[in-house]
Design a protein around this ligand. Structure first.
Ligand SMILES: [Zn+2]
Length: 86
């Protein structure tokens, strides 16, 4: 006569694909690889200067998530809770 005595129930937890944290797990928007150290950035475009070199141009307004490798190789502006603003 145990109609409803089972008080324990197993719940499945879904790992968050992207967290509003400093780093997150998911797919890097730059290289497309799975990464566990994604961070929000704004892509920075390079423009050629008169000397034949490259300098930072405009920043993309689109928020992307890059892995640590891309953040160390490609120009970007960190975007986070503290960096997001006007
Ligand atoms: Zn990457």
């Amino acid at each position: 006569m145990a109609a409803g005595g089972d008080g324990t129930r197993t719940r499945s937890l879904y790992p968050a694909a992207v967290r509003n944290d400093d780093t997150a797990q998911g797919t890097c928007a730059s290289c497309g690889l799975e990464a566990t150290d994604l961070a929000p950035v704004h892509r920075a475009y390079l423009v050629a200067d008169d000397a034949g070199g490259l300098e930072l141009g405009e920043l993309s307004e689109e928020l992307e998530h890059w892995c640590g490798s891309c953040r160390s190789h490609y120009p970007h502006e960190p975007a986070g809770p503290g960096a997001a603003g006007a």
